[in-house]
Design a protein around this ligand. Structure first.
Ligand SMILES: Nc1nc2c(ncn2[C@@H]2O[C@H](COP(=O)(O)OP(=O)(O)OP(=O)(O)O)[C@@H](O)[C@H]2O)c(=O)[nH]1
Ligand SMILES: [Mg+2]
Length: 221
């Protein structure tokens, strides 16, 4: 597919990212646009989970997706196939997006009319956690093959996320993954975290998540 819009994001020059993120959050709220920031390690299932979320919610909300990557447009192509508005953001080698970069992405997405905008952040558990994008909610995915100890190793990411989706639950029997221990490790970092086991392959748990998301969208209005 050759008609995917690809935006080369310019590196931010602003030191006051937290203030710029708060400003963006306020502006989006006034416009009635709910921005969700989706983060995880590479390959844990962000794009696959987005496809499930889109299938469940696209009849109810106007959705726009920003796919951030260092290079390539494979994720934006995959999302565009679902029929929702999708653009690819290239970060020029940077491993995260901050509020100004997110604003550049939203402008390129042309968000007027969009009710739910989702940013698939660059895949890693470190840098994206350090920069507030201005999103209304942060959601992360931890997949079963990564192991239940990740909240111990990447504390900041788990502490800033409102929801932790434990993905690839369909293959749990093949891994030494202790779901109960994982829950405890997550709650140790963030006692308010909503934890939902899902499978982006079978669709298990997706409804529980989309119900949470719909409720948050309505709460913002
Ligand atoms: N068995 C199983 N495989 C899954 C599941 N979710 C994703 N996968 C597979 O995991 C691989 C990576 O999935 P993606 O959705 O591309 O992961 P991603 O987080 O978007 O990857 P990056 O954008 O590269 O960081 C693909 O081969 C998917 O088919 C799941 O719930 N169960
Ligand atoms: Mg992806």
């Amino acid at each position: 597919m050759g008609d995917i819009k690809v935006i080369e994001i310019k590196k931010s020059v602003y030191a006051d990212n937290d203030e710029r993120a708060d400003l963006l959050r306020r502006e989006l709220k006034e416009k009635g646009i709910f921005l969700m920031n989706l983060m995880s390690s590479p390959g844990s299932g962000k794009t696959s989970t987005l496809k499930q979320i889109i299938a469940a919610m696209k009849d109810k909300y106007q959705i726009g997706i920003m796919e951030a990557d260092i290079d390539s447009d494979v994720d934006a192509v995959a999302i565009a196939e679902t029929g929702v508005k999708a653009i690819q953001l290239h970060t020029g080698g940077m491993c995260h997006l901050d509020a100004d970069m997110t604003r550049q992405g939203l402008e390129a997405l042309e968000v007027d009319g969009i009710e739910l905008a989702i940013l698939e952040n660059v895949g890693n558990l470190v840098c994206p956690a350090e920069f507030d994008t201005g999103a209304a909610k942060n959601v992360m995915i931890l997949s079963v093959p990564e192991g239940h100890d990740k909240p111990l190793k990447y504390p900041l990411m788990f502490s800033i996320c409102d929801v932790v989706l434990i993905n690839k639950i369909d293959v749990i029997e093949h891994f030494d993954f202790d779901l109960q221990q994982c829950r405890q490790n997550i709650l140790m970092r963030n006692k308010d975290a909503v934890i939902i086991p899902i499978s982006a392959k079978t669709g298990e748990g997706i409804e529980e998540f989309t119900e949470w998301l719909s409720q948050e969208i309505e709460n913002m209005r």
